[in-house]
Design a protein around this ligand. Structure first.
Ligand code: ADP
Length: 163
């Protein structure tokens, strides 16, 4: 079975990566796809987000990385995915995610949305929290893959920590 994990990944966090690693064991093939949302002005350009995801997932054989715009169900169909994966961190995610899942189901009944509970130690993580911490010079090495930490440091122009 093939699955699609869509998101903004602006940037990829260890929470996202944990979900990718766990679901790559459940599916034959997993497509991680960055949604190009014209309503959102991203912090990291698309190409950089794709590089970040590729670098963090190149040890996972069944995982492919791509991007799309338009409807998620249409992109899922074009990749042969019958499952859309989303992560649930807390109750606050639920209402919005359920609405999207029902919308996608109404657009294509053949595609199921599957929710994975996030790892409890990553459940506080979001791309925006990570950017907030990095912007003020905080340590994000326990929140994001090493490559993303470097990109954040470069973006917010902080010198590397000693050692
Ligand atoms: P979107 O803008 O589509 O919500 P995100 O990149 O914020 O994109 O999130 C993509 C998916 O990853 C969503 O299903 C979200 O719930 C999930 N997610 C976000 N943060 C985490 C985390 N810390 N652990 C696991 N899943 C997460």
């Amino acid at each position: 079975m093939r699955a699609l994990y869509p998101g903004s990944f602006d940037p990829l966090t260890l929470g996202h990566l944990d979900l990718i690693e766990r679901s790559s064991r459940l599916f034959e093939r997993l497509v991680v796809a960055v949604l190009q949302n014209p309503l959102k002005q991203p912090t990291f350009p698309l190409a950089q987000r794709l590089d970040q995801i590729r670098a963090a997932t190149n040890h996972l054989p069944g995982v492919e990385v791509g991007s799309f715009d338009g409807l998620t169900v249409e992109f899922a169909r074009s990749t042969g995915a019958t499952v859309i994966l989303r992560g649930l961190r807390a109750l606050s995610d639920f209402e919005f995610e359920l609405q999207i899942a029902h919308t996608n189901k109404s657009l294509d009944p053949a595609i199921e949305t599957l929710f994975l509970a996030t790892a409890v130690h990553h459940s506080f993580l979001s791309s925006s929290v990570v950017k907030e911490v990095a912007r003020f010079g905080g340590d994000v090495s326990h929140m994001v893959p090493a490559g993303v930490a470097q990109d954040l440091q470069r973006l917010f122009n902080r010198p590397s920590p000693p050692g």
